[in-house]
Design a protein around this ligand. Structure first.
Ligand code: ZN
Ligand code: MN
Length: 481
C-alpha cells in the first residue's frame, strides 16, 4: 500500500438540554408516544409563528466562547429549503454564511499521546432546529414522529483544510468536545439516543499531493468506538481503491455496527441548492459586548485546563488527571476532598481505584453513594498517620462504602489500629520462626526469599494489623540471629 495522508473534517450536531423546543413551547424529551409533543409551530402548520428560545441562544454562545470562537454580535436565522417528510415546513431554520453563525473561527485543543497538544480549528458553531424522525411501522409502511421536530440543535463544524489527521485524533476531538458540552451543561451527550451525532468526512491523498482527495461522509455512528473504527475503515477502503487504480466517489455512507464496515447510501452528483434566505418571521439577534463578556466570565473551568492544573499543582500523572476530569462531578468531588485538607495524590488514588470500582459495581454516581469527601479525607489521613496500613484501609473503605460509617469510627470499633509496637510483633515473629525450623534452615542456606513467608505468617497472626515495615525488619533480624 502506498503512503497516504488522511484528512478528517467533523460535523457535530448536539441537541441542547433546554426544557422546551427552539421556536415553540413543546417540551423536549427522548422517546415517548409518537407525536405527543407537537403543536402548530413544530408541525409547520400555515400561519404559525416561531418565537426563539432565549436559553438555547445563550447555550450556543457559551459553547462558542468555550471553543475560542469569535461571536457574531449581529446574527440572523435563515431558511434552509429542502423537501423531505421529516421537515414539515419544507425548510429548516438554520444559520447561513461565514460570519453569521453565533460563533466562528474558533479552535478546540486536544491532547496528543506524546503529552503535547494540538489545536483543531473550528469554522462555525450555529443554532438550528432538529427534524422529525421517519419510522417503519410494524404492519408495513412508514410514519413520521414530530416529537423531535423543532428541538434546538447546535451544529459545530471544523475548518477546512482539516487539522485532524488520523482516526485517534478524530475520536479524541469528539471525546473532548463531548466533555466540554457536558461541563457547560448544554447537551446530555448521549450518542446512543442521538442527542449527540457525529458525521465525519474523510479523504486521503498521496504523500506530497497538493490537492485534497474526494471525501466520503459517514452517518449513523453511535459511539466513540464507531467513529474511530469508521474513520479507520474509510481510509483503508479508499487506499485500496487508489492502489488498484480506481477512483473514490464522493458519497454519503452508512455504518454497519455489527459488521464494522461502511456501506454506500447515496452518491453526491451536485451540491444541493438549499436556496438559503433570511427568515422573515424572526427578528435579527443583537448582542452587547458586556453581556458576552459576562457569559465568558461565567464559563466553568474546562477539562483540559483543569487537568493541567491538577498536574502542575498536585503532581498528578497525565492518566490520573485525565480520569478525574473525564466527568465534571467526579472532578468536583476530588476538589471537595482537597478543599477539606485531603492530600491530593492519595485522594486521587482512592478515587480512581477502590472508589471507582465500588461505584461501577453498584452502578452509582459518587454523590449517590454513602462515601462523602469527609470519608476519603478521614481514610487517607489514617493511612498517612500510620494508624492503619493500606491493606486494612481497603477493608475499612469497603465497610464505609456499605454502611456510611466514618473510617476512623470503623477502625475504633473493630480495633484495627496498626500495631507498631515492637514487643507485640516480636512475639509473633518468634512464634512463626519456632514453628518452621526447616524454612529457617533454607534461609541460612542462602534462600533469602523465604523471609516473605514469615512476614506473611506474622501479618496473618496479627490480623493484618502489624506495621509491615516493622515486621520485615524484625523477621530479618530474627532469621539472622
Ligand atoms: Zn411545538
Ligand atoms: Mn445541520
Amino acid at each position: 500500500m502506498s503512503k497516504y495522508l488522511v484528512s478528517v473534517g467533523m460535523e457535530i450536531h448536539a441537541e441542547l438540554s433546554t426544557l422546551s423546543k427552539m421556536f415553540c413551547r413543546c417540551p423536549v424529551a427522548f422517546g415517548g408516544e409518537p407525536n405527543t409533543r407537537v403543536c402548530p409551530v413544530c408541525c409547520g402548520l400555515p400561519g404559525a409563528l416561531p418565537v426563539p428560545n432565549q436559553l438555547a441562544i445563550e447555550m450556543v454562545l457559551r459553547t462558542a466562547l468555550a471553543l475560542n470562537c469569535k461571536i457574531a454580535m449581529h446574527s440572523i436565522f435563515h431558511r434552509k429549503n429542502y423537501f423531505y417528510p421529516d421537515l414539515p415546513k419544507g425548510y429548516q431554520i438554520s444559520q447561513y454564511g461565514d460570519t453569521n453563525p453565533l460563533g466562528y473561527d474558533g479552535y478546540l485543543e486536544i491532547p496528543l499521546p506524546d503529552g503535547g497538544s494540538k489545536r483543531i480549528k473550528i469554522r462555525r458553531v450555529h443554532l438550528e432546529e432538529d427534524t422529525g424522525k421517519l419510522m417503519h411501522l410494524p404492519g408495513g409502511g412508514s410514519g413520521v414522529d414530530y416529537n423531535r421536530s423543532g428541538v434546538p440543535l447546535m451544529e459545530i463544524v471544523t475548518e477546512f483544510p482539516p487539522d485532524i489527521e488520523n482516526p485517534e485524533e478524530a475520536k479524541e476531538y469528539l471525546s473532548q468536545l463531548r466533555n466540554i458540552l457536558l461541563y457547560l451543561g448544554v447537551c446530555d451527550g448521549k450518542m446512543e439516543e442521538g442527542s449527540l451525532r457525529c458525521e465525519p468526512n474523510i479523504s486521503i491523498r498521496p504523500e506530497g499531493a497538493t490537492t485534497y482527495g474526494t471525501k466520503s461522509e459517514l452517518k449513523n455512528l453511535n459511539s466513540f468506538r464507531a467513529v474511530q473504527l469508521g474513520v479507520e475503515f474509510e481510509t483503508r477502503r479508499m487506499a485500496d481503491l487508489l492502489d488498484s487504480g480506481s477512483a473514490v466517489l464522493q458519497e454519503t455512507r452508512g455504518w454497519n455496527e455489527s459488521r464494522n464496515e461502511s456501506f454506500g447510501m447515496r452518491v453526491k452528483e451536485a451540491e444541493n441548492d438549499y436556496r438559503y434566505f433570511p427568515d422573515p418571521d424572526l427578528v435579527p439577534m443583537e448582542f452587547e459586548e458586556a453581556a458576552i463578556e459576562r457569559l465568558r466570565a461565567d464559563l466553568p473551568e474546562l477539562p483540559l485546563a483543569k487537568s493541567r492544573r491538577y498536574k502542575e499543582d498536585f503532581g498528578l500523572s497525565d492518566q490520573d488527571a485525565a480520569l478525574l476530569v473525564a466527568d465534571r462531578a467526579w472532578a468536583e468531588y476530588f476538589e471537595a476532598c482537597v478543599a477539606q485538607g485531603g492530600a491530593p495524590k492519595p485522594i486521587c488514588n482512592w478515587m480512581n481505584s477502590d472508589f471507582a470500582a465500588e461505584l461501577n459495581k453498584e452502578g452509582l454516581a459518587a454523590r449517590d453513594s454513602r462515601i462523602t469527601p469527609s470519608h476519603l479525607v478521614d481514610l487517607t489521613r489514617l493511612i498517612q498517620d500510620g494508624v492503619i496500613s493500606g491493606k486494612i484501609g481497603k477493608e475499612v473503605f469497603s465497610e464505609a462504602f456499605g454502611t456510611g460509617k466514618l473510617p476512623s469510627a470503623i477502625v475504633e470499633e473493630r480495633g484495627l489500629t496498626q500495631i507498631s509496637d515492637k514487643g507485640a510483633i516480636e512475639n509473633a515473629v518468634k512464634a512463626a520462626i519456632a514453628a518452621n525450623p526447616s524454612l529457617v534452615q533454607k534461609y541460612k542456606d542462602g534462600q533469602v526469599s523465604v523471609a516473605g513467608f514469615f512476614v506473611g505468617q506474622v501479618m496473618k497472626a496479627t490480623g493484618g494489623r502489624a506495621n509491615p515495615s516493622v515486621v520485615q525488619q524484625l523477621v530479618k533480624e530474627e532469621l539472622e540471629r
